[in-house]
Design a binder for this molecule. Structure first.
Ligand SMILES: Cc1cc2nc3c(=O)[nH]c(=O)nc-3n(C[C@H](O)[C@H](O)[C@H](O)COP(=O)(O)OP(=O)(O)OC[C@H]3O[C@@H](n4cnc5c(N)ncnc54)[C@H](O)[C@@H]3O)c2cc1C
Length: 572
């Protein structure tokens, strides 16, 4: 029988949301211990790669109301307004707290925190630490977490199953990658903070570890995934690698230009008005795709692109505000932005959808919480504004930590025998997968998944393409049963991990394509060519997809929480 490792609370994920949740929980109660389980060492979480900044009201010309309105409008009125209100209220406190934990926010001459402009925001409200924000933010959180020996880390454990007993989520089963052993880590509640799922697409800014694991774990236990059709394309990725060139480049005054050298966001009507390059990401990504379709792209080794021009900013500004961008340009495309424009094209970046939670991070499964990019607490709706995500991880990470702790106090421990038996069963399943004989390969299935996701679920979608992706994903899921693995070893069997990740990506892709096909309108990042306008009469609702063992996921709807802002035409 698997030995149970017991703590009061189990958190899966060591990125911004996970670390913040852990700190909030141990600060709220001096007697509890928290297990922090992560498939990579926490500093390798995707949060580390964030470049541009984190949003919170800081300036006198700004207000909580303006931040809330920008977020509601950015979401194309699909964000829940109670959630957004709470978010903007907590945001300044969280970023100040982070400073007290050592985050070196960039400063103005007078010593106050400097803020920069970001897309879809009315004023400068994005806090930054040059253009290496994720590194500094995650490092500060990681160091703060180390003050507490009651946060007990389990690094490089790949969680593959939630342990549910008596209808309550009470822990996780995970593969210890170093040894190949199955671990059962249990507690009064579990918080998923496992991040996004960009790796279901071929061209993405996301690190290889972003495979939607937490979404799939919750989904398979009957928790619906919400608003999965809304995935964000960031306008400025480097062709070939998909490496992100931060929106801060445009915040600092960069332009987008086409093959004629024309600043098309100012000369043509793409709905962004005078915001131009500081329009929201969904609109700017579409504008670039249209420019290329109209023959005004530039041909390169990795297809068509347009240019991001920073030359007019000058070397000094680039070196003080955007040093990382200069390094990335030189290293990955051989372009020094001080002297030449950078080739860019839209790249898959972020999941607005995720595990359906309420404002406390609670899911429909008692004892299971989620926060950060894995969750859909519903503040981003149909389109997230850049720099809201890091702050979201902090605000709702903290809140979920506190509320999960409340749940722990009211719950019993569950049956050790039942939890241990489930972990054994999961261990057996992984054992059978390791070195399994079969005719399909991980690389082959993943390639086909990428092809169908790019074809059906790109910047623009159409009904025929989405219907085909729904079918393709179902077939890929069926073929997964015939997967063959070559590596028999127990120690660091990365092939086994890749097989588990592929299964998770297939579940995420299923929910994404099903939700996309059902939404017969265009809203935010879901631009459906057959239905080019927003249709509030029929589609002002969240979408839910439920797992259906052996069949296609089941679609349902959920009300949007409106508030002081009624939906209006989204124009900038
Ligand atoms: C290149 C890039 C730049 C960005 N820049 C910005 C920005 O400037 N501003 C902004 O607001 N947002 C930005 N974003 C988005 C933002 O960084 C992310 O949404 C956010 O960091 C997600 O944090 P998280 O804590 O939810 O997850 P992550 O940081 O992705 O962490 C996930 C954690 O879960 C663990 N995990 C996952 N699966 C398992 C499993 N099966 N078992 C065990 N552990 C698991 C991982 O080990 C990891 O520790 C950027 C994103 C990218 C990709």
């Amino acid at each position: 029988m698997a030995e149970l490792i017991r703590h009061d609370l189990v958190i899966v994920g060591g990125g911004a949301a996970g670390l913040r949740a852990a700190i909030a929980a141990v600060e709220a109660d001096p007697d509890i211990t928290v297990a922090l389980v992560s498939k990579v060492y926490p500093m390798r979480s995707h949060t580390v790669s964030a470049e541009g900044g984190a949003a919170a009201v800081a300036r006198e010309d700004d207000s909580l109301e303006m931040h809330a309105y920008d977020t509601v409008k950015g979401s194309d009125f699909l964000g829940d307004q109670d959630v957004i209100q709470y978010f903007v209220e907590q945001a300044p406190r969280e970023l100040t707290q982070l400073e007290h934990w050592g985050c070196p926010w960039s400063r103005n001459e007078d010593g106050t925190v400097s803020t920069r402009a970001f897309g879809g925001m009315t004023t400068k409200r994005t806090w930054y630490a040059t253009d290496k924000v994720g590194f500094h933010l995650l490092h500060s959180l990681f160091q703060a977490s180390m003050q507490f020996d009651r946060i007990v880390r389990y690094d490089e454990i790949f969680v593959s199953k939630l342990l549910v007993d008596g209808g309550v989520c009470r822990g996780v089963a995970g593969l210890e990658v170093r040894t190949g052993e199955m671990k059962a880590i249990v507690g009064g509640a579990v918080i998923l903070t496992t991040g996004g799922a960009g790796k279901a697409w071929p061209f993405t800014t996301n690190g290889n570890i972003k495979t939607g694991d937490g979404m799939a774990l919750a989904y398979r236990e009957g928790v619906p995934l919400k608003d999965m059709e809304f995935v964000q394309y960031h306008p400025t990725g480097l062709p070939g690698t998909g490496i992100l060139i931060t929106e801060a480049t445009r915040g600092e005054g960069g332009y987008l230009i086409n093959s004629d050298g024309e600043r098309f966001l100012t000369t043509r009507d793409y709905g962004v008005g005078s915001k131009a390059e500081l329009g929201p990401r969904d609109m700017i990504s579409r504008a670039i795709v249209q420019e290329i379709a109209a023959g005004r792209g530039i041909e390169g080794a990795h297809g068509q692109f347009v240019h991001l021009d920073l030359r007019h900013l000058g070397e000094e500004k680039i070196d003080t505000r955007l040093p990382f961008v200069r390094l990335l340009g030189r290293t990955y495309v051989g372009v020094d932005p001080v002297h030449e424009p950078i080739p860019i094209r839209p790249v898959l970046h972020y999941m607005m959808g995720g595990v359906d939670t309420d404002i406390d991070g609670a899911t429909d499964l008692p004892g299971l919480y989620a926060a950060g990019e894995v969750a859909c607490v519903s503040m981003n709706g149909a389109n997230r504004l850049g720099s809201n995500s890091l702050t979201e991880c902090l605000v709702f990470g903290a809140r979920s930590g506190q509320h999960a702790l409340g749940f722990v106090k009211g719950s019993d421990a569950g049956s050790d025998a039942a939890l241990s038996a489930q972990a054994d069963e999961e261990g057996g399943r992984l054992e059978a997968l390791r070195g399994k004989k079969g005719s399909e390969t991980i690389a082959g299935l993943r390639q086909e998944l990428h092809d169908t996701m790019e074809a059906g679920m790109g910047v623009y979608r159409e009904q025929g393409g989405m219907a085909k992706t729904v079918q393709d994903v179902q077939q890929l899921k069926a073929r997964y049963a015939d997967l063959g693995l070559a590596d028999q070893s127990k120690v660091f069997n990365t092939e086994l991990v890749a097989a588990l990740e592929l299964r998770n990506l297939l579940d995420v892709a299923e929910a994404n394509s099903i939700a996309g096909l059902q939404r017969k309108e265009s809203r935010g990042a879901h631009a459906c060519s057959d239905y080019p306008t927003r249709n509030d009469a029929e589609y002002l609702h969240h979408s839910l997809v439920y797992f259906n063992e052996g069949g296609e996921g089941r679609y349902d709807k959920k009300d949007v929480t409106l508030g002081r802002w009624e939906p209006e035409e989204r124009k900038y």
